[in-house]
Design a protein around this ligand. Sequence first.
Ligand code: BTN
Length: 330
Amino acid sequence: MKEKILALLRGTDGYLSGQEICSVLGVSRTAVWKGVHALQDEGYEIEAVQNRGYRLVSAPDLLTEAELRSHLHTRWAGQSMEAYDHLSYSTSLRLRQLADEGAPHGAIVIADVQEGGRGRRGRSWMTPPPGAAIALSLLLRPDIPPAKASMMTLIAAMAVRDGVEAVTGIRPQIKWPNDLIVNGRKICGILTEMQMSLETESVQYLIVGIGVNVNYESFPEELAEKATSLKLETGSRVPRAPLVTESLAAFEDYYDIFISDQSLVRLKENYNSSLTGLGEEIRILAPEGTWTGISEGIDEDGGLCVRHEDGQIEVIRSGEVSVRGSHGYV
Ligand code: BTN
């Protein structure tokens, strides 16, 4: 009920009469009144004026199902969701459980505070204080060969970049393959995990885990050089729910293009337009040693094309190596 009332109030400029809410939702005035009070208890400022009705004045920065649904305008991404104030383990792990129980394509698990967050290369992902971050996992059930699964991560990076831009006006850069960077520091990390079907050796499902540093005021010393938050960069708090829903909407569009082409051929230019170090010298940290070359951007399979001094192009694949700017992290 709360959720539906909130969506109606959000969709209305000015006042919405109690009567209208009752008839749209097919419920009693008492039920509407209770729903409005429940929202007010959560911090929503809702003005009630006799003979005019209710008006949403301001909303708290929550990642509840009601708040997210009141912004959501997707076809499938996020339509099935679990939202937690506090999850004692990784959102990706929770989503894996749901996927194994048959959760649909596009299902999400999101947490305000996530403990046991996992990063790439077996690292942990910082557990945020409430209100500071987005920990989101998205379930995909694409019909693609396993070799193409990592491309989903690049799409996710583009989608979150668009979400950040829509909400803050800042357009982050993408550090190949999938870190989002603002002013040389990381604001978002993405970890895609694949479940294979053992019989058919095809992709059973993918879980795209997205962590965004939104409203952190500071970082521990060991991260401060590499990490930043949108609040630190913009100087003001950034509302998280629209950032999530805008990112999901962008993801859907990119995903559909990717699935119809089975490659990034129509998306690579868009991706490369945000790529850090494009046309510049970058360092490749490979197990065999570090080498440098000029970044030529991604190809249609998401590999990073790097030009050696002799003009030869080497395509590097994610997972094999790390990429750095010629003088530092970016
Ligand atoms: C990275 O190392 O850059 C990737 C970090 C990914 C973190 C996100 S937060 C939501 C999801 N749940 C996890 O445990 N990890 C991902």
